[in-house]
Write a protein that binds this ligand. Structure first.
Ligand code: ACO
Length: 329
């Protein structure tokens, strides 16, 4: 008997209420709406409130996804949270989410860090675990409180990121939304291009060195841009080839929402019209691991994804990591 077919049974998203516009940022650092929008496509982003955590946003998105799937917390036996901004280094954010939702102790709960590719990494991991037949319903969540690691005095990074969460419920396929494939990649020769300094074991313990590295995002934007385009094109082409699909069979691409110019470049290289790419980064900025599930949920609820559509998810992020997945709705 082969592995059971696994599908996305429900999707959900959560975005904090507070909106930070480009104009707001221009009052804090030397920037402008015109610079940010023309370079990135971003107009505004959401910022978590003081009482909101990565796990509370993840749980909010998960509740919507579970309602959409028609299942309850008692049905969940696996939670994977993809994040680079866990509530704490230990314990895992997934355990906090389990507690928020009341998921039974028989569930496996863990975090996964593949930066902005985290959701696709988590999707593939959960797909394999459910495919083994040992787990039945998984919550796969991408959630980030990037506002907690942004250097709000650095105009080269603070304009790019936002907070939010997206979730899917995976379970036995009933004929729709089946996961067809996924591919994961990592290029560890480029670990230096995008980092969160501080907070790790390879930096001085802050108690011994209070002046040491801050827990902030640093990035070599130009280098990332070029590699991101190459990696996302490769991840898209490989999975299409593996499944014998021409690019024009893809009804909707859900790309990682980092920069509209990166998405436009991929659209050109794949020879797929820009209107096949779902974009919401104008309203959320780059929410790292949350970006794809947040966009996926919006695309579904807005009718942009229809029954029978084949959807391509494609991401890149720090590591560098990259990956792709195909879903037939
Ligand atoms: N406002 C105004 N000016 C700015 C700003 C700002 N917010 N930021 C930088 N500048 C200035 C720079 O100082 C520089 O000035 P100079 O020429 O006097 O030195 C000038 O603008 C050009 O800077 P560049 O960095 O060369 O601008 P570029 O066109 O490359 O755009 C950007 C920068 C938007 C960051 C682009 O490189 C990019 O999007 N790269 C990819 C980044 C990305 O996607 N990161 C996330 C990847 S992974 C993940 O999702 C976590």
């Amino acid at each position: 008997m082969g592995s059971p077919a696994i599908a996305i049974l429900g999707t959900g998203a959560y975005a904090p209420a507070k909106i930070l516009t480009n104009e707001d940022l221009a009052k804090q650092v030397d920037t402008s709406d015109e610079w940010i929008f023309t370079r990135t496509g971003i107009r505004e982003r959401r910022i978590a409130g003081a009482d909101e955590t990565t796990s509370s946003m993840a749980a909010a998105a998960a509740r919507v996804a579970m309602a959409d799937a028609g299942i309850t917390a008692a049905d969940i036996d696996l939670i994977i949270v993809a994040t680079v901004t866990p509530d704490l280094p230990m314990p895992s954010t997934a355990c906090f989410v389990q507690n928020h939702l009341g998921v039974p102790v028989s569930a496996a709960c863990f975090d996964l860090n593949a930066a902005c590719s985290g959701f696709i990494y988590a999707l593939d991991t959960a797909w394999a675990m459910l495919g083994s037949g040992r787990y039945r319903h998984a919550l796969v969540i991408g959630a980030e409180k990037l506002s907690s690691v942004v250097d709000w005095t650095d105009r080269t990074t603070c304009v790019l990121f936002g907070d939010g969460a997206g979730a899917v419920v995976l379970g036995p396929a009933k004929g729709t939304a089946q996961i067809l494939g996924a591919r994961l990649y990592a290029e560890g020769t480029h670990t230096n291009l995008l980092c969160i300094g501080g907070g790790g074991s390879n930096v001085p313990n802050p108690s011994a060195n209070p002046e040491g590295p801050q827990r902030h995002i640093t990035m070599k934007g130009r280098e990332i841009f070029k590699i991101a385009v190459r990696e996302m094109e490769e991840a898209a082409r490989d999975i299409l080839k593996q499944h014998g699909l021409e690019a024009d069979r893809i009804a909707c691409v859900i790309p990682h929402q980092a920069n509209l110019r990166i998405i436009d470049a991929i659209s050109q290289y794949l020879n797929l019209p820009a209107d096949r790419f779902f974009v919401n980064l104008d309203r959320y900025g780059n929410t790292s691991a949350a970006s794809i599930p947040l966009a996926l949920d919006e695309a579904r609820r807005s009718g942009r994804i229809k029954a029978g559509d084949t959807t391509l998810l494609v991401a890149f992020g720090a590591g560098l990591t990259y990956g792709s997945a195909l879903v037939r709705w």
